[in-house]
Structures are given as C-alpha cells and as structure tokens.
Design a protein around this ligand. Structure first.
Ligand code: SF4
Ligand code: SF4
Length: 422
C-alpha cells in the first residue's frame, strides 16, 4: 500500500512503525474472509482491510476522527484473526493499537462513554476494586433490566467463586526441580482462583517450584486496549522492573500465564520497549520467557498414562489471543488427548466468541451475537464439557449454553490427580 507520511512524520517512531506496517498491505482482502465483524455486519469498513484504510488516513493526515470512523475501529474485537489469514504478514495488532491510542488523544467521546471507559480502566486491573465491583454488581442483578445494555454486560462479570484461595505445595511433591513464576492475573486472581490452583498443582506435580506472581496484578492489556496509553505504559514499566526482580531473585526459568490475553500482552513487551534504552533488555527478557501453560507443558512434559478420563467428551474452544495472538493451536489439544480425553474441535474455530477483553461490555450486541453463534456449535458438539485457555471466554460463553466450561489446566490437573473441576 502506498503511504504519504512526510519525512518529518517519519521521525516519530510510532508513525514510522505504522508506515512500515501499512506498506506491507497489498489490499487483497483475504483477511476479510475470517473477520468476525465483517462476517456479521458485511460492511467493508467493519473488516480489517477497511479499517487499515481508515487508520492510514487518520495517522497520515493527523485529523480529528469522526464519530463514524471511531465506531468502525471500536467495533474491532482485536481478535487478530486477520493476522493469521494475511499472506503479507501485516501486523494489524500494532496498527490498531496505535489507532486506538490516537483516537483516545484526539477524539472526545460522549461523557457517559468516557466515564464508563474510565471506570473499566480503574476497576478491572485492580483486584481490590474489582472485588467491590463484583459485590455491587450482584446487588444490581434484580434490576438489571432497567440498565442500559453496556451496564447489563458488565454484570456478567460476576461469578460465585469470588474468593477462591490459592494453595501452593501441599507437601506431597518433591519440589527439588527448577522454578517458574505463575502470573496470577488481575481479574483471574479474584474470580479464577481455581484455575490458578489447578495450574500450580499441575506444575508442582511435574516437579516445578511455582513462585506465584500476584503483584503487580495486571499485565496492562485492559488499559492498552482501551487506548489509555499513559496508564498502560506506567503499568508495563512497573511490571518489567518488578518481575525481573522476582526472576533474578528466585531463579525463574519461565513466566507461566494461564490467561491467554495476558500472555499475548506480555509477549509484546519486548517490542513495545525496543527503543527504550533503560528497559529494552529486561522487557525482551520478560517476553522471551513468557509461556502459556499449555505451551510450557507441551515443551517439557507429556500427559500420557491417565486412563480414568477416557469417557469424558471435551470440545476445545480456542481463544483468539491463544491461536491468533500467540500461534498456540495444537498444543492444548495434544495435551488433552495425551491425558486421555475424547477431544473434538469446534467448527469456525478462528471466529472470536465475542468476549475480547472489555469488548463484551462495550459492544454487547455484537458480542452476544458471536457468543450465541459459538454456543450453537458447542451444543451441536454433544460433549460433557468445554475446555478453554482463557477465563474471559469462559465467563462470556457461559451466558449462552448450559454445557460446563473449564480451563484446559483444570482438566489436565484432574487427569493427573487433581479434583474434578465440573
Ligand atoms: S490480507 Fe493482509 S495484505 Fe491482504 S488486505 Fe488484509 S491486511 Fe492487507
Ligand atoms: S482484529 Fe478481528 S475484528 Fe478486528 S479487523 Fe482483525 S479479524 Fe476483524
């Protein structure tokens, strides 16, 4: 694609990067074929190729974006399916991140939107505030029908296991092995404690000492995807500094992540700080040692010899941040099959379920349509349980089907001696 940035503009590293990304695009439109919003809405500007044009014009002409342009960019799920499909390796993720940050600076959203987005950025990354939000949301449940759609979406954040406790080393394992860090996550450490506990048991059973990283809590993805770059950058810097301290102090070999959205974010720290003299090396180390739990287990262990779960039928829901963001696709399936489960895959597996970070709260109608579409395939699969690698997808999809959802790590934990998770 021909670009028209001026020489002065290209001295800005962000615009220089956008220019390089844009110049790779050959406008073939292959990406539209796997874009969930293009499939649903049928508008070129709600597909990746159209959005790339919009972002090009915005960044080149340094204009104030119109409400219409913002709505097309806002409707993008950041699912990155387009990146998997693109034959020219266009890095849409970095381009749309730059666009979101630009919109945040140049476009004044209506007061209610600004308030709502600020509320999300203030609460989700902070476990204490998020706990309060959960309690408050449960109080609002009886009158949820009185609330606007977005607020109804926010109520879906609730789950009953709000204070799950984490147990490390029950004393049954010989933990003479090497050490890894487990990133506890912000939302996950509040409502996904069972997933973290299962991950710890699973790793300890294989002889790894697990150092739980519950602080800093958030990887920064929430603020980053809301375009709140100053807040996100502050958090990234803090995380890199603190986590490197943990890594060096405890001799950690890897940082294990079991929420794939966070994994994608951590793996991008190295890129984000590549031009920062003081942090580039440490950011690169964090990215280089981040592993999704399925990726890590698949690299180091096999899960065979667990006969008890053979009759359990599982369908695997592949989170976008895992399959598109980190290119981890076959590993969870292989591990589950090794462990003895009868595993199926979903049709249209490349399609986002609609969860997408805060998307299901900010764009509830599209998110629900995608969730219902996924739920139909889940029901047709006729299984006992759905396995996923991302708690956000599980929480979102639970609204649309009664088939139970568990994390892949919980199933693997069960198959190797842990409690039954559903
Ligand atoms: S598939 Fe890639 S090269 Fe083709 S239009 Fe989409 S982003 Fe551009
Ligand atoms: S990230 Fe997903 S929703 Fe956004 S343009 Fe790409 S495929 Fe479409």
């Amino acid at each position: 694609m021909r670009t028209e940035f001026t020489a002065a503009q290209l001295t800005d590293p962000g615009l220089d990067e956008a220019n390089s990304i844009l110049r790779k695009c050959v406008h073939c439109g292959f990406c539209n074929s796997t874009c969930p919003t293009f499939k649903l809405l049928g508008d070129e500007l709600d597909g990746p190729r159209g959005r790339i044009y919009l972002l090009k014009n915005l960044l080149e002409h340094d204009e104030t974006p119109s409400e219409k342009i913002v709505s097309h960019i806002d409707r993008c799920l950041s699912c990155l399916s387009c990146m998997t499909t693109c034959p020219s390796s266009v890095n849409y993720m970095h381009l749309v991140d730059a666009g979101r940050s630009y919109i945040e600076k140049k476009f004044r959203r209506p007061f209610r939107d600004r308030l709502f987005r600020r509320l999300l950025a203030m609460t989700l990354p902070n476990p204490a505030r998020f706990r309060l939000l959960l309690i408050f949301s449960r109080l609002l449940l009886p009158i949820r029908w009185l609330l606007p759609g977005r607020f109804q979406g926010a109520l879906n954040l609730r789950t009953p296991s709000a204070r799950a406790k984490l147990k490390q080393n029950g004393g049954t394992q010989d933990l003479t092995g090497k050490a890894v860090g487990l990133v506890a996550g912000c939302v996950q450490q509040v409502i996904g404690g069972d997933i973290n506990s299962a991950s710890i048991r699973l790793l300890e059973r294989r002889g790894w000492r697990v150092h739980l990283l519950s602080e800093p809590a958030c990887c920064g993805a929430v603020e980053h995807h809301l375009g709140k770059e100053a807040l996100a950058e502050k958090r990234f810097r803090q995380n890199i500094t603190d986590w490197i301290e943990h890594v060096d102090e405890h001799g950690l070999e890897a940082l294990i992540v079991n929420a794939s959205g966070c994994g994608t974010m951590l793996k991008d720290y190295g890129h984000l700080f590549r031009n920062d003299e003081s942090l580039a090396a440490d950011a690169g180390r964090i990215s280089g040692m981040t592993r999704d739990i399925a990726e890590f287990l698949s690299d180091h262990h096999d899960m065979t010899n667990n006969g008890d779960v053979e009759q359990v039928r599982v369908v695997y829901q592949s989170p976008c941040s895992m399959q598109h963001g980190q290119k981890i696709d076959s590993q969870p399936l292989t591990l589950l099959r090794q462990a003895g489960f009868n595993v199926k895959e979903l049709p249209e597996k490349y399609m986002c379920c609609g969860s997408a970070g805060t998307y299901n709260i900010l764009q509830p109608a599209i998110a629900a349509e995608l969730g219902e579409r996924k739920a139909v395939y889940i029901e047709q699969a006729d299984v006992d349980v759905v396995a996923s690698g991302n708690m956000a997808c599980m929480m979102h999809l639970r609204q649309f089907t009664d088939v139970p959802f568990v994390h892949t790590a919980e199933l693997l934990d069960w198959a190797t001696g842990g409690p039954k998770p559903f």
